[in-house]
Design a protein around this ligand. Structure first.
Ligand code: ADP
Ligand code: ZN
Length: 282
């Protein structure tokens, strides 16, 4: 069975054709430009393949409330040409097959759940720390959506007393995303994260804020695995720093004696999102 998948990111679109076993047969990547140009390229790619269904993991915020008049629309994005864009409507016009829409992070969580590091877990939280911060949750093979999708990157964090950075979230200033996303690091230190040394004090602070969030997610969702991906997590020294801080914050309350196995990196080499998008249709 041929299945189409789209990882619709704010920076790039990945389109792929695969099967129900996680194999990718054909794949292409192109930059996210204005909606028409981007969706024309998407249509052209899939016209070469007889796909029977299509799964889409989209950047957001995207309206996933099926009762809403704007179901399937991109909502309040800073990418102005995409604001209030009817993504699902356009895809339905182009493809007369069943389409499943979800968030990019739910798709990535599902990819790692089915084929990656969370293969043997019943529940997994996938966090991305990149241009923004977001998280997706899968339990027993189902992605979690509430009324619409959760926004776990915008939670409130206890800022350190000696940290007077105001944060960059346009809505909340110093929410998690405002303090700890890639652009927040760049704004705080005046250069991009990959230009800071691996022993820079930035990483200990970054690990503290991410660990606060992860402690809260562990308390609320109790996932078996917590996968942290995204560009900022290329700084691999963050993983041990985060585990140490989560352990301190939990302070023995949660049973977390194998944090190396609970808090981990993705393992699908940046294909977790696209493999998960395909798996959304299964
Ligand atoms: P996106 O979130 O747009 O899909 P990424 O996950 O690649 O893309 O995240 C991009 C962000 O990650 C940028 O802010 C970038 O500065 C940061 N980033 C990318 N690589 C690194 C690195 N090696 N070290 C620290 N930060 C990085
Ligand atoms: Zn925010």
């Amino acid at each position: 069975m041929l299945i189409g998948g789209i990882e619709a990111g704010g920076t790039k679109f990945v389109c792929a054709v695969g099967d129900e076993f996680g194999n990718i047969i054909d794949k292409t990547t192109f930059p996210t430009e204005d909606p028409d140009k981007t969706l024309d390229a998407t249509k052209a790619f899939f016209s070469k393949h007889a796909i029977q269904s299509l799964g889409v993991g989209s950047f957001g915020p995207v309206d996933l409330n099926k009762d809403s008049e704007t179901y399937g629309y991109i909502l309040n994005t800073p990418k102005l040409k995409w604001k209030q864009y009817n993504l699902l409507g356009r895809l339905k016009q182009d493809f007369d097959i069943p389409i499943t829409l979800d968030t990019d992070v739910n798709a990535a969580a599902l990819g790692e759940y089915k084929y990656g590091v969370a293969k043997n877990a019943k529940s997994v939280l996938y966090i991305t720390v990149g241009t923004g911060i977001g998280a997706g949750f899968v339990k027993d093979g189902q992605t979690f959506i509430g009324k619409s999708h959760p926004e776990m990157g915008h939670i409130i964090i206890q800022q350190r007393k000696n940290d007077d950075f105001e944060g960059i979230c346009p809505y909340h200033g110093n929410c998690l995303e405002g303090l700890a996303s890639g652009p927040a690091i760049e704004q705080r230190y005046g250069k991009k994260g990959h230009l800071l040394g691996t022993d820079h004090a930035a990483w200990e602070l970054e690990a503290d804020y991410l660990a606060q969030a992860i402690t809260n997610y562990l308390l609320i969702l109790s996932p078996e695995k917590v996968i942290i991906g995204g560009g900022v997590m290329k700084q691999e020294q963050l993983y041990p720093l985060i585990r140490k801080r989560v352990s301190e914050l939990s302070n023995g309350y949660m049973e977390l004696n194998n944090l190396e196995e609970i808090i981990v990196a993705p393992t699908l080499n940046d294909e977790q999102g696209i493999k998960g998008a395909i798996a959304l249709t299964l």
